[in-house]
Write a protein that binds this ligand. Sequence first.
Ligand SMILES: *Cc1c(COP(=O)(O)O)cnc(C)c1O
Length: 354
Amino acid sequence: MTIAPRQGLGVFSGYHSAQVDAAIRLNTNESPYRPPAELLKRWSEAVSELALNRYPDRSAKRLRSAIAKFHHTAEEAVFIGNGSNEVIQTILLAYGTHGATSTSFEPTYAMYETISRITGTRYLPIERNGDFRIDIPSLGASLAEINAAVTFLCSPNNPTGLNESPEVIASLLELAAGLVVIDEAYGQFSAYSHVGEVAQRDNLVVVRTFSKIWSLAGMRIGYCIGPPEVIELLWKVALPYHLDSSKQLIAAMSFDYVAEMEERVAFLVAERPRIETALAGMEVDFWPSQANFVLFRPRGRDGGELWRRLVDKGVLVRDWSHWPRLENCLRVTVGTRTENDAFLGALGEALTEK
Ligand SMILES: *Cc1c(COP(=O)(O)O)cnc(C)c1O
């Protein structure tokens, strides 16, 4: 006899992103670049000096202060987790569970629903309109009906790449009953950020990650900026000593290399229109992106089959073709110039094959 899991986890499928061996990996929106060599050298030397027999600094003071400085805010406004997924989980543990509801705007990042389920929070999504925009006329009624304790907004949105305008976000902040959490995993790639507005609001939290722009997906570091009362609660809910000493160190040291990060981001942002222009000349439709990836849909072809053909040519992209409302869609991460050329070459070939 197997022991039944807790209610709500029975038919749970968890997170899925195919891990397939491929020469060109453009499926999970990581940075194609390693962190700066000098940072890695300094960090690895410093790691050997750490007192690893001792627990890490529980309040991650040095890192917290570096993040606060980067965003021109106070340390009291910063919570840090092991990746932004853990930040989202901590927010739901603090504001969800026990019959509370959460919401977001579909299609969007699947982890809002997944982590809601894991934390026993009822996820009641709102559908985006036909252009994958938030439908402003119906927003007030949808939010009132759901009455969510936590409303997630991914902007730029994964997987569509679209940014919500400041006007849409202003409406959302006015209309939402509970906390509004803007996930800016891709904020640095887009025209604007909402971090600066946190100080004027008591219901806004902005989440960021080291996984994309800082080239540190392997280290698992994310954080959020929010009102001090919210942040204080998140630190209480997190497990003690949850951020190990070595990750606190590399994340804090990363802020000595802001110019290098901005240069990497600028390069990827410049590659984006090059990919979009090439896509515009092929038999695909795509959504203009504000992030480091582009969502596209082949015309009159099966997306899953196209995905397989690209894998056969050594290029791994993300298959969204079976996702509701994203029929036949694939998503490609912006990589190095060589990787992008390999992708465009493989796609061009695959689309002309029978
Ligand atoms: C990649 C991504 C993250 C990052 O998650 P981490 O746990 O920080 O690696 C968060 N939100 C969205 C929408 C993402 O696409």
